[in-house]
Write a protein that binds this ligand. Structure first.
Ligand code: ATP
Ligand code: MG
Length: 258
């Protein structure tokens, strides 16, 4: 069975997509079969994986409303070594259309079941909202990875997310847990970064991943080449951190039962 993670944080621009794309490429480099699922109408994970979001005949939108299945919608990332269930702005309309479906929060979960045996990991990138799309991601996953910037306002909003996860756990998906908080865009020269990072580690203990992702311009440049940072410049600090994170996740996941 594939291990499924949703990369969620309703704050915008906190590194969700960068984490999803780089983790997908890192896990692929480590020999795992990976499916990246883009549930954001912005389609950043799609373009960041080297696919043209404007040229999609089918996207996750078609899957969610039942016009296409996952296998026929999935494309290989030409750069990353993983498969992508792509997205574009078509998906912006899905929220409204899904209202007509029973169990609309389980549309993604049900669709992914058909390809479960084909992948070791599925990684779901979410939009910056606690919307029906994010809810579909949370209902489809075993674990939530929460990327967080180590800044003053980082913890603000975390309680909303944690409450949402708790509700989803209670009402829809009893298998869901918080896999961990991932500290991203870390700048060791900023004292506040270090303080917030230490605070997170203290408050959340083992729920904070050991790996810290530094702020690194190569990670920001890579998407414009349609590549994950770990592919674009594997020796950069950011790429090395995401590779380390992939190894940490494998270590955590594969040593025990699912
Ligand atoms: P949205 O909420 O809009 O989906 P997001 O949470 O997916 O945003 P990203 O798109 O991954 O966030 O990152 C926001 C911006 O920060 C992007 O320009 C990205 O290239 C940059 N960025 C992300 N992580 C890093 C990093 N570790 N170092 C430098 N730049 C980064
Ligand atoms: Mg994003």
């Amino acid at each position: 069975m594939a291990r499924k993670f949703v990369i969620a944080n309703q704050k915008g621009g906190v590194g969700k997509t960068t984490t999803t794309v780089n983790l997908a490429a890192a896990l692929a480099k480590l020999g795992r079969r990976v499916l990246l699922i883009d549930t954001d109408p912005q389609g950043n994970a799609t373009t960041g994986s080297g696919l043209d979001k404007r040229a999609l005949a089918r996207s996750v939108y078609h899957v969610l409303i039942g016009l296409s299945d996952v296998a026929e919608t999935t494309q290989e990332s030409p750069t990353g070594g993983y498969a992508v269930l792509p997205s574009n702005r078509d998906l912006a309309g899905a929220e409204v259309e899904l209202v007509d479906f029973d169990e609309r929060e389980n549309r993604l979960k049900d669709a992914l079941a058909a390809v479960d045996g084909e992948y070791d990991y599925m990684l779901i990138d979410c939009p910056p909202s606690l919307s029906m799309l994010t809810l579909n991601g949370l209902c489809a996953a075993h674990g939530v990875i929460i990327p967080m910037q180590c800044e003053y306002y980082a913890l603000e909003g975390l309680s909303d997310l944690v409450n949402t996860i708790r509700k989803v756990h209670g009402n829809f998906n009893p298998g869901l847990e918080i896999s961990g908080l991932l500290r991203v865009m870390f700048d060791p020269r900023v004292t506040l970064s270090q303080q917030v990072s230490a605070q997170l580690a203290e408050h959340f203990g083992p729920k904070v991943f050991n790996t810290i992702i530094p702020r690194n311009v190569r990670l920001a440049e890579a998407p414009s080449y349609g590549k994950a940072g770990v592919v674009f410049d594997p020796s950069s600090k950011g790429a090395r951190a995401y590779l380390e994170f992939g190894a940490e996740l494998i270590e955590r996941m594969e040593k025990g039962p699912l």
